[in-house]
Design a protein around this ligand. Structure first.
Ligand code: AGP
Length: 606
């Protein structure tokens, strides 16, 4: 998604902006630009398509600099990847950058006859033109107020006005912005990774409040123009933890961080060895009365929900539905005050998931967010928040965030079972001990990296691959297929093993790689039968089972195991195998593991 950085203070701004944009690259982008308020009151703009290195090279051709400026990395939504469409956009005395989507920009072009003033295809330039239309040269606040009142959709704006060489005007609706007033000056950004170098203290910019950054302070004005004070948050990780720490890619680093991330997510929620969410403001009554659970999320977070369903339902015996947020938000949800809606999101800013959360609340459902980013929009709008403590996840492909989401679901399953008298204290402790054993099992899998890299060879030249399993194994297979697709561009499909023969098995031919999961004793023999069906048609089978599984002769070509006894807990180590299979396949193809094509880390547009 688009990245935003802004600075005003005693230091020269050009390099601060360029460094900040480099920190935001992981969000996914296709062009970048900066604008600097020169001392003479004019505004210097430079923008380039491609990597931020192109922008840096272009900026080095000019001696333009100042102490106040804004920068933007663009992930194209409206209009192609061209210099004209790249932000910042200038209209007369106004220069701005924008993250989000203005849904009524066509109508505004017509209504205000802006056609002749626009040079780009973007919705963002329309906002700049309107601002300039309303700006009389003396009152930026009034111009901003009039403009945002007309906009429908999502926006995070940072705006420079000609002649005002030391201040940045910002306002947001839905799209994220954080800010920090530091001894080095004032900063604003899409997320904390671009600010943490200057300060660990920050605040989330409240929606619809006008924020004005000055070199030595920040003003926040509510809709009545009254100054307000934001809630100051503190980052619980450091710049080091957002760097690669010697690993070749962020993704490999984050795969290795999973044991610690799970430990940090579980441990603070245990009292006497069993789950307690008192510190999260959730007493037992929160888990006592709902009759059904509705999980909404996107992508990997949604697949974590699939595992959550497969864990909670057999224990708690209440229905758990898992819905794609972008589908749920336009549905007629059959939920009410008896429903607990669990919203899962690493970034806490995925717009479809945020919209689904708002819809669930409007239906009377209590909402619980499983979120990794502190203070994010989804966290702030939910009734309850269970933060995961994975630390910053920089690689576009989610790994440790998925694992800590699973951990959160295990904790919730155990807590609900205790509150409802299904687990006594001893059973709950045993359940949590099983969860802790997963941490050691993951460490064991990480020691098998070379074997997994060897196993990935069956995927690197494949055009198509299939991931099959039953029950929990089917839930893991969805995440495995997505990982492979998003970083190695191999078309992979997850399939319920028992369903394959109802059509899709027609696609199985010689050497097609099939990653088959058989970790669930209750359906082991049936799954082996399904594997024989694909083997009989020439598939190359990579089989994943528990260590003690008896493998019939000839049923697979490669066999990997997970060192877990309890079927309910095979997911966490299994998924590490899937992450590594995808990683090594992408690596072998020479692809950009951390920043795969077309993808963004946080999808804040619909
Ligand atoms: C996962 O590898 C992808 N990056 C993507 O599916 C991601 O999980 C999805 O966009 C949801 O993001 P969120 O968890 O930040 O809401």
């Amino acid at each position: 998604m688009c990245g935003i950085i802004g600075y005003t203070g005693p230091d020269k701004v050009k390099n601060i902006l360029l460094e900040g944009l480099a920190q935001l690259e992981y969000r996914g982008y296709d062009s970048a630009g900066i604008a600097i308020a020169r001392e003479d009151g004019s505004i210097y703009v430079e923008k380039q398509t491609g990597q931020t290195a192109n922008l840096k090279a272009a900026c080095e051709q000019s001696d333009a600099d100042g102490h106040c400026g804004i920068g933007h990395t663009r992930w194209a939504t409206h209009g192609g990847v061209t210099r004209l469409n790249t932000h910042p956009h200038r209209a007369g005395k106004v220069t701005l950058i924008h993250n989000g989507i203005i849904e009524n920009y066509h109508e505004l072009i017509e209504e205000y006859q802006l056609q002749d003033q626009l040079v780009s295809e973007t919705d963002s330039e329309v906002a700049a033109a309107l601002l300039n239309r309303f700006y009389d040269g003396t009152n930026p606040k009034e111009a901003i107020k009039k403009t945002v009142a007309l906009l429908e959709g999502s926006f995070a704006f940072c705006i420079l006005f000609e002649g005002l060489t030391d201040r940045i005007y910002c306002i947001r609706s839905v799209s994220p912005l954080v800010a920090s007033s530091t001894e080095h000056g004032s900063l604003v950004a899409s997320d904390i990774t671009a600010v943490i170098k200057y300060s660990r203290k920050y605040f989330v910019v409240p929606e619809h409040q006008l924020m004005i950054l000055y070199p030595d302070h920040i003003d926040l004005l509510n809709e009545e123009g009254i100054k307000t004070e934001p809630e100051i948050l503190e980052v619980n990780w450091d710049v080091e933890s957002a760097q690669k720490m010697g690993f070749p890619h962020y993704m490999m680093k984050e795969i290795h961080e999973q044991p610690e991330a799970i430990r940090k997510t579980i441990a603070p929620r245990l009292k006497n060895g069993v789950p307690s969410f008192e510190d999260e403001g959730m007493d037992d009554s929160v888990f006592a009365s709902f009759t059904n659970i509705n999980v909404v999320a996107c992508g990997t977070a949604m697949y974590a929900g699939m595992v959550g369903k497969a864990v909670i339902e057999p224990i708690v015996k209440i229905p758990v539905t898992v819905q794609i947020a972008s589908e749920f938000r336009y549905s007629t949800p059959l939920i009410n005050e008896n429903t607990l809606t669990i919203v899962v999101s690493q970034s806490g800013e995925t717009i479809d998931t945020l919209a689904a959360l708002r819809l669930a609340r409007s239906c009377g459902s209590k909402t619980l967010a499983i979120v990794n980013v502190k203070g994010s929009s989804i966290a702030r709008e939910s009734d309850y928040v269970l933060y995961t403590h994975a630390g910053p996840e920089i690689a576009v492909a989610s790994t440790k965030a998925y694992s800590v989401q699973l951990s959160a679901f295990y904790l919730l399953a155990c807590k609900i079972a205790m509150v409802r008298g299904i687990f006594d204290h001893a059973q709950a402790k045993d359940f949590i001990n099983n969860l802790y054993q997963c941490i050691d099992a993951i460490s064991g899998i990480l020691e098998q990296k070379d074997q997994i890299r060897e196993a990935a060879k069956c995927l690197e030249n494949a055009e198509h691959a299939y991931y099959i399993g039953r029950g929990l194994d089917y839930a893991f297979s969805m995440e495995g297929a997505l990982k492979l697709k998003e970083i190695s561009y191999v078309h992979a499909e997850a399939y319920a093993a028992g369903e394959l023969k109802h059509g899709t098995i027609a696609l199985i031919e010689k050497n097609i790689p099939v990653v088959a999961f058989a970790t669930q004793d209750s359906v082991y023999n049936k799954t082996i039968s399904n594997i024989r069906e694909v083997k009989a048609r020439g598939a190359y089978v990579l089989l994943i089972t528990k260590e003690n599984a008896e493998i019939p002769a000839g049923v697979c070509d490669m066999h990997l195991t997970v060192p877990i006894e309890n079927d309910l807990f095979t997911g966490l180590p299994t998924v590490v195998i899937l992450q590594l299979l995808a990683y090594y396949t992408s690596l072998s193809k020479g692809l950009d593991v951390d920043k795969p094509r077309n993808l963004a880390k946080s999808v804040t547009v619909e």
